[in-house]
Design a binder for this molecule. Sequence first.
Ligand code: FCB
Length: 438
Amino acid sequence: MDFIWGAATSAYQIEGAAFEDGRTASIWDTFARDVVGETGDVACDHYHRMPSDVQLIKSLGVNAYRFSVSWTRVQPGGRGPANVKGLDFYDRLVDELLANGIDPWLTLYHWDLPQELEDAGGWPVRDTAYRFADLSSLVIDRLADRVQNFSTVNEPWCVAYLGYEHGVFAPGRRDFKAALDSTHHLLLAHGLAAAQLRERGRTVSIPLNIGTATPASDDPLDVAAAWRADGNVARIFLDPLRHGRYPADVVEDLAGRGYTLPVQDGDMEIIATPIDLLGVNFYFGQDFAGRDLDGNTLDASGRPVVREIKPDVPQTDLGWPITPDRFTTLLLRLHHDYGWPLVVTENGAVFPDQPDADDFVEDTERVAYLSAHIDAVGAARAQGADVRGYFAWSLMDNFEWAEGYAKRFGLVRVDYQTQLRTPKRSALWFRDRITSAP
Ligand code: FCB
């Protein structure tokens, strides 16, 4: 089986044991407690159930498992030496996976910044990138002898914009400049880790959340609006990674808003450290129009209108439009415009699961979603895109960030009272799909 088939999770969403064996608070512990009202204190209790969870992963028939390390488990407080007990956990996880024929795909940062580093300024502060480089070296020193595939920073757009501009994710700030500064420092952090990984001969990827920005019509105004939206979410990350420069139109737009990215000498070379794979986290595509609902083309501040329109198609239970055809378009676009080999590092959906008396969920809608998106990957490959793998989000139901536990993405159902895991129809379907893969 050449193609990589996997399931994905992240540390804070599943581990629990939030304050055990030396782990300290991250920004998500704080935000979950203060804003969400549900926390990852216990989550799926994976920290205590890891060996049986590895058997669960194995039962899916996958050959890879994507997980992240908890920064504050490995390096409490975000500075100083490694917490041996914390690293021991990932050491055991990696060994357990390898012993079961599952390739570990390790993500170094999946959103859980140490609270102390946020208190010192967080991602808007340049030093945070160097702190991340230190964390990376601790993890690499301990695990790179057995882990080949590393991802650096998961979805930097969400970290920067949802966390620092929109305030809907940790740390919950609402400051556009902070988001912009974070963007650059997250890319720098990625580059610093990527350089270390290359030196060790490891495979480097960065998972970006890139929807598609489709013009609502052929009207040049809509086309321009979609291009602007694409610049702010996709090209602002893709271009520096590939070409070592921010897109000129984005820089110009930002200048119009009075902002300049905090680039220092040598940063862009670090950011453009070659990667081996681009990770693609895809959930849905969007349309954009260049007029507001009253037909205006400029907003109150005199800037061109970029109006987001949800495609008129069926939606998931998070209100996300189901757009598999755009997934094919995206993969082909990334292939043609950027040329990296691609791996789908996340794809999945929430539906209102109804467990039966045995806790089994007949999630036909999730099966349909996964099936359509896996077919979309197949269509992109048939047209030349070099897509090497597909990770379903997620292995099991877990703490879905600002949504808490109400929204379930798992292939496996988790009863949070008993921690019972029950594979849903989608898990059984996924296993069969992998077995019958061409
Ligand atoms: C992505 C996150 C992942 C998960 C999915 C639904 O943005 O990377 O942790 O929450 O969305």
